[in-house]
Structures are given as structure tokens and as C-alpha cells.
Ligand binder design. Structure first.
Ligand SMILES: C[S@@+](CC[C@H](N)C(=O)[O-])C[C@H]1O[C@@H](n2cnc3c(N)ncnc32)[C@H](O)[C@@H]1O
Length: 416
């Protein structure tokens, strides 16, 4: 069965839901064959690869632009700033960073080293009072780490969330009173505690005076990022403002690993050389047997069983195990460390994890953005980040919103 993929595996590789694949089967876009015993759909690997090739075809023309020229300076307060993925994106879009807060010493050193003029506030957010920025910031942004709330069976209010980092995010928004606030998180927030955590966040923002725009999960591959990463975006608009926020429009062109690491339309040069993690001998010997775009199923059966251990008999996709990325596909989501068994991402030609600079490229950090700390700290900062290009596109959407607000205000003054 080595040349066949299950429905779950094919869905994961193509980056679509199982329902979409069933529909594609019916519509003839990607035909499945039936497994003789179970009658389940299985997919020929070659068919999936051909379809992928078409999806990521270089020829697809780009006609979308989210670019917006700011009518005046707009300022950002960036919370949970990490190594600055979102912050650089905002800067590239044309927003001005008024201050950034981050607890991690190495991430703060990265920010200070690259932008000595940025106001980096190092330390636990709980210890900072931001009221000096009240009514002087246009957007508060932050990728607060997700934590459960304790419920007493009622609508959640700000005080009930005390002790969580979302509480701190909302507390700062309340202190600063910006027209718009943007939280970012992982897709898993949608289903965390059966959706109650997200529901609680929306009710807290409502309590402190913000309407939440219908929540959306943005796929980074649609925003000039050569990686299948997703980010949940939570946008709050101050209730006295009657302006529609629009998410950035998805681009048509999908970038691949080749675009990330080689000279081309995304970067002007090949990726610079840099340090990186290495595989232990045993793992290298196994990954040497896996072709581009392959994973554990491409290993000889006895090695599959040995490498996967108990997981071998559990079935399911697990397409991240012993995975080698192909040049002509976007990379799978990078994590905080480059060589984890469940989320392996081996270089296409060489049997090794991506180097630090390759990691940074896949997250669309510019080559001159230096990371501080040990190699492990650097991977962590990069793996934690919002891809810079996605941040830039979100930045344009904020500028569009703020431009409309400025115009509406000047219209009001003119009519007075
Ligand atoms: C998902 S990362 C944010 C990544 C960042 N937005 C970027 O694009 O690079 C979350 C960050 O929150 C920081 N953090 C966690 N607890 C914190 C706290 N109590 N105060 C301030 N920052 C905190 C972590 O150190 C981490 O860098």
C-alpha cells in the first residue's frame, strides 16, 4: 500500500478537509480508489503529487494587493512581542511601534539588537501599567498564550479571568483605549474547552467596550508565506466606532520551500549559511531512506514498525513523522524546535533539520534580522513568531481601518 494514501493523509498533505476531498472525488478533481476490503477511499500518491504541483504552480498570476498608504502615522503597542515577527510585519506595512512588551530575556535582546530605537519593555506583563499610553495608541496587538478560565456557569467578565494572560491583554486594552485591538492565537483556540475559552474572551472584550469581528483563521500560505501555518485572529473594535474591519484578502500565488530558500520572487538571494541542529546517527540513517515529500510510510515495513513503535498499529495520518519536505511545496508548520519526532521537517536534499537562517526564511524574517541566545533559543523565537509577511498583510488591514476612521472624523468636523 506504499503508493496509496488514506483520506486523512491525503487531506493533510493537500491542506484541505476530508469533506473537500470527498467532494473533489465526486467532482473528479482528485479521484480516489476504493480499498477492496474496507471500501474506504484511498488516494494514489502520484495523483496527490500532481494535484499539489498544480496547486502550487509558479504560473498562477498575482492580482491581489492589500497595500494601503497610511494617511497619517499610526502607532502600535505590541504585547507578547517575542522576537518581533508580528512587529516587523506591522513596521513593513507602515505602522509605528510605540512600545513592545516581552518577558523572555533572549527575545528582548533580539528586539533591542535589531531595533535599538524601539521601546522594549522587558518583564512580566503583570508588572506594567500602560495608562501613560491612554488615547495615544491606535492599535494594541498581542499573541497571548492560551490558558483555560474557570467558569461559574455565567457570562465571563474581566475579573473572572484574573491570573490568565488574556486577562492581561484585555486589562491593557482597557487601560490604553485604542480604536482597535488584535489578538492572535493558534487554531486550537476555536475548540479549546469546547469553544468556551474563545466565547469567554469575546464576552470579556464586550464588557470592556469592544465588539468582536467574526473570528477568522488565516492561512499563512495565502499571505506570501511559504509555510502551511495558520493563525486565529481576534479583532475588537471600540464600540463608539462604526467602521467595518475587513480581513486582508487572500493572495492567489502560493510560495514553496524553493521560494523560501533560493533566490527568486520572495528573496533576492539564496539563504545565507548558518548554524543549525543535527540529527543523531540513528535518525539520520532512517531519514536518508525517505524521499522528498515522503514520510514514515516510505520506509521499508520493518523499519516503519521499528521507528514508529506503538504508533505503527494506531493507524491515522501522522504525516509529520520522518517527514522530508519537497522543494515544490510550502513547508509544514515550523515548531519551537526543529527536530521533533511528531513534527519532523527534514531538508529536501540533505538529511538534516533546517538551519536557523532557513527557519527564519520559512517564517519570512529578513536575512539581516539577527536572533540572540543559544541555537535552541533562536529556533524557539522563530518557531513562536507570526510570519512577518502575514503580519504585514494584517498591518495593511489595520491601516485601511484607521484611514477610514480618520476620514470619517474629518468628515464629521467638516459637517459640523
Ligand atoms: C506566541 S509568542 C509571540 C510571538 C510574537 N507575536 C511574534 O510574532 O514573534 C508569545 C510570547 O509571549 C511571551 N510571554 C509569555 N508570558 C508572558 C508574560 N507574562 N509577560 C510578557 N510576555 C510573556 C513569551 O515569552 C512569548 O515570546
Amino acid at each position: 500500500m506504499n503508493e496509496y494514501l488514506s483520506l486523512a493523509e491525503a487531506a493533510e498533505i493537500v491542506g484541505k478537509s476530508k469533506e473537500t476531498l470527498r467532494r473533489w472525488d465526486n467532482e473528479g478533481i482528485l479521484k480516489a480508489v476504493r480499498e477492496p476490503v474496507s471500501n474506504y477511499r484511498v488516494y494514489r500518491k502520484d495523483d496527490v503529487q500532481t494535484l499539489l504541483g498544480n496547486l502550487f504552480d509558479e504560473k498562477s498570476e498575482e492580482t491581489i494587493s492589500n497595500y494601503e498608504e497610511p494617511l497619517q502615522d499610526y502607532s502600535v503597542l505590541e504585547l507578547f512581542a517575542g522576537a518581533g515577527g508580528l512587529a516587523i510585519g506591522m513596521e513593513k506595512a507602515g505602522l509605528k511601534c510605540a512600545a513592545l512588551n516581552e518577558i523572555d530575556k533572549w527575545a528582548c535582546q533580539t528586539l533591542i539588537k535589531n531595533r535599538p530605537n524601539w521601546n522594549v519593555l522587558e518583564g512580566d506583563i503583570k508588572n506594567f501599567d500602560f495608562s501613560e499610553y491612554r488615547d495615544n495608541i491606535d492599535v494594541v496587538t498581542g499573541g497571548f498564550p492560551c490558558q483555560a478560565f474557570s467558569y461559574a456557569g455565567k457570562k465571563l467578565g474581566l475579573n473572572d479571568a484574573r491570573g490568565t494572560l488574556f486577562y492581561e491583554f484585555a486589562r491593557v486594552v482597557q487601560e490604553v483605549n485604542p480604536p482597535i485591538c488584535i489578538g492572535e492565537n493558534v487554531r486550537g483556540l476555536l475548540s479549546h474547552e469546547k469553544g468556551k475559552t474563545l466565547e469567554g474572551m469575546i464576552s470579556i472584550l464586550d464588557e470592556i467596550g469592544y465588539n468582536v469581528v467574526p473570528v477568522k483563521v488565516l492561512k499563512a500560505i495565502h499571505y506570501k508565506v511559504p509555510q502551511k501555518r495558520e493563525r486565529l485572529i481576534l479583532v475588537g473594535i471600540r464600540k463608539d466606532i462604526d467602521i467595518l474591519y475587513e480581513y486582508p484578502t487572500a493572495h492567489q500565488k502560493i510560495y514553496t520551500l524553493k521560494d523560501a530558500l533560493k533566490k527568486g520572487s520572495l528573496f533576492e538571494n539564496n539563504v545565507p549559511k548558518s548554524e543549525g541542529a543535527k540529527y543523531p546517527k540513528y535518525k539520520k540513517e532512517i531519514l536518508d531512506l525517505v524521499p522528498q515529500k515522503g514520510y514514515w510510510r516510505d520506509l521499508p515495513l520493518d523499519i516503519q514498525k521499528e521507528y514508529m513503535g506503538g504508533s505503527f498499529y494506531l493507524g491515522g495520518g501522522k504525516t509529520g513523522m520522518a517527514r522530508r519536505i519537497g522543494w515544490d511545496e510550502p513547508c509544514l508548520t515550523l515548531t519551537c524546535s526543529p527536530a521533533q519526532k511528531q513534527t519532523e521537517r527534514c531538508h529536501p536534499d540533505e538529511t538534516r533539520p533546517f538551519t536557523v537562517r532557513e527557519y527564519a526564511r520559512i517564517q519570512t524574517f529578513p536575512d539581516d534580522w539577527e536572533f540572540s541566545g543559544s541555537i535552541a533559543q533562536q529556533y524557539k523565537q522563530i518557531g513562536n513568531a507570526v510570519p512577518v509577511n502575514l503580519g504585514q498583510e494584517i498591518g495593511y488591514s489595520i491601516i485601511k481601518f484607521m484611514n477610514q476612521l480618520v476620514q470619517a472624523k474629518s468628515q464629521k468636523v467638516a459637517n459640523f
